[in-house]
Design a protein around this ligand. Structure first.
Ligand SMILES: [Zn+2]
Length: 505
């Protein structure tokens, strides 16, 4: 075990932040489904008001009038279409919808209630599908990144697992984590219960408002309020908390696989927010005793505590320490993440959970304090960043989306900057890791773009085309710098950053 405690703590924290970012992407997409549900409900109510309202109010008689003939048939058909679309999902809501559909006598208010139930049942189905996909991806991502880190650390157990083609996460293990009712229920049950309550709430307020003769504007406002609050607080909290849960469970699976006996609790990211986590910080427990909410994260909603393998001294209480580091097993020692993953996860022909391809590596976000891009600290971070960027597989898509540049182009730049070897002073080698470039790449990927980050893309675009025209790397770089002086802009950026930080102190 070569790497320090700090290293593992940092890797784990960065991994959690990265998964949270993925969760935020899911939330952004989910927002559109909330808008669709709201619009679906309000449109239906608007139709009612359009036909029967006087002075923007519906009379009780009109609201409680039975619907007949074509009006009834249209309603039934639309409900059946919903049921077909949703398939399985929120059982409680679907039961209510089915019961309503079976009735022969339906008044206008009940017809609207059917629309409310259907729209929210659909929303909870979409929501639980999206969250599921995100959680599986997070679990796999976290597990494999961590295994790879242990491989890079020449952990003998990992070498043994690789040798035996036994690195892969089993499908059963993934299912088990996703179905565990760790907070009283698992994620999908939690979503279903919550959306059932949201549907009841919206039904009640629609009934009350119509019966009290309130205007549609008022009603619209109230529906928007209920759905908005559900999205803003409940959905966000759920995604963040479930992500933290899955991340912690991935770590647990790694500990178990590596024969790690104890873990150490670390509240570095969570310190400010929670007393319970602060008290556990630095304490260690047997892996087999880990219980979420008791001595293992997440301890509370939105918890950001993590754990690391506990090693009292260098010999440690791990099986790994007993053998010589990796020497007994003939596996390549210097694979990139992708090579390692392709060979030992994808390529082992064993049954395993393979549905969603691993996406996104770990990207740092903790070195915002570095203002001197040439310092030793910056160099260390740059090396780490470059290694991580090489493992990322969603950065190209994200940068393309954030900047409007074609994916193929961004991929070329990525290979050029971080992966390929170049003729540099008569030697074939990769570019020296550059802190400013690493940070630019990260910001481009996260969408928090500075002007000089775009200059980097323009500079590299030009430089590459000049090399293709036959210029040497050095010549091409000089010409490209005249048009797009990334170096100078980056220096100015870090100067300003330093000044602004000095002011804050
Ligand atoms: Zn916490």
């Amino acid at each position: 075990m070569v790497k320090s405690r700090d290293y593992w703590e940092r890797r784990s924290g960065m991994a959690l932040l990265d998964l949270e970012r993925d969760g935020d992407e899911i939330l952004k997409r989910l927002n559109l489904d909330y808008v669709a549900a709201r619009t679906g409900i309000i449109d239906e109510i608007s139709k009612l008001y359009g036909q029967y309202a006087r002075d923007n109010k519906i009379s009780q008689n009109k609201a409680l009038e039975l619907i007949k003939g074509r009006e009834y048939r249209t309603w039934r058909m639309s409900m059946e279409k919903y049921l077909e679309e949703i398939g399985n999902g929120n059982e409680a809501l679907l039961l209510e919808l089915n019961t309503l559909c079976m009735r022969r006598r339906i008044n206008r208010l009940e017809a609207i209630e059917g629309e409310i139930i259907a729209n929210i049942a659909k929303l909870s189905k979409v929501q639980s599908d999206m969250v599921k996909e995100h959680l599986i991806r997070s679990l796999e991502n976290s597990y494999y990144n961590s295994m790879y880190d242990h491989y890079k650390d020449k952990n003998n157990i990992v070498y043994e697992l690789m040798h035996n083609h036994n690195v892969k996460l089993s499908k059963t293990a993934v299912e088990k984590v996703l179905t565990l009712p760790w907070s009283g229920a698992n994620y999908s049950k939690n979503i279903w219960n919550r959306e059932y309550n949201v549907a009841s709430k919206v039904r009640r307020l629609v009934t009350r408002n119509i019966m009290e003769g309130k205007s549609i504007d008022r009603l619209t406002l109230e529906i928007t309020g209920v759905l908005g609050a559900d999205y803003k607080h409940a959905a966000k909290t759920l995604i963040h908390t479930e992500t933290a849960f899955v991340k912690s469970q991935a770590d647990l699976l790694v500990y178990e696989k590596l024969g790690q006996e104890e873990y150490e609790f670390s509240a570095t990211l969570d310190m400010k927010t929670s007393d319970v986590c602060r008290r556990l910080d630095g304490k260690h427990f047997p892996v087999e005793d880990a219980v979420p909410g008791v001595n293992y994260p997440p301890m509370h909603p939105r918890c950001r505590s993590i754990t690391i393998a506990y090693r009292p001294d260098k010999r440690g209480k791990t099986k790994a320490a007993r053998g010589e580091d990796g020497e007994r097993y003939k596996v390549p020692a210097d694979m990139t993440y992708q090579e390692w993953y392709d060979m030992y996860v994808e390529g082992n022909g064993e049954k395993g959970y393979n549905k969603s391809k691993i996406s996104g590596g770990i990207s740092g976000g903790i070195s915002g304090g570095i203002t001197n891009m040439n310092s030793e600290e910056a160099n260390t971070h740059a090396k780490l960043y470059y290694e991580e960027i090489r493992h990322q597989s969603t950065d190209v898509d994200r940068i393309s989306k954030n900047t409007g540049y074609r994916k193929e182009f961004i991929l070329e730049i990525k290979h050029y900057l971080f992966i390929d070897e170049h003729d540099l002073n008569g030697e074939k080698t990769r570019f020296q890791p550059d802190f400013a470039i690493a940070q630019s790449w990260q910001r481009l990927s996260q969408g928090k773009i500075q002007p000089h980050d775009i200059t980097l893309l323009k500079h590299e675009e030009l430089e590459r085309s000049l090399i293709l025209q036959g210029k040497t790397q050095d010549e091409a770089h000089k010409i490209a710098s005249r048009a797009y002086n990334y170096q100078k802009e980056a220096e100015r950026y870090y100067d300003l950053l330093e000044k602004s930080q000095k002011r804050k102190r």
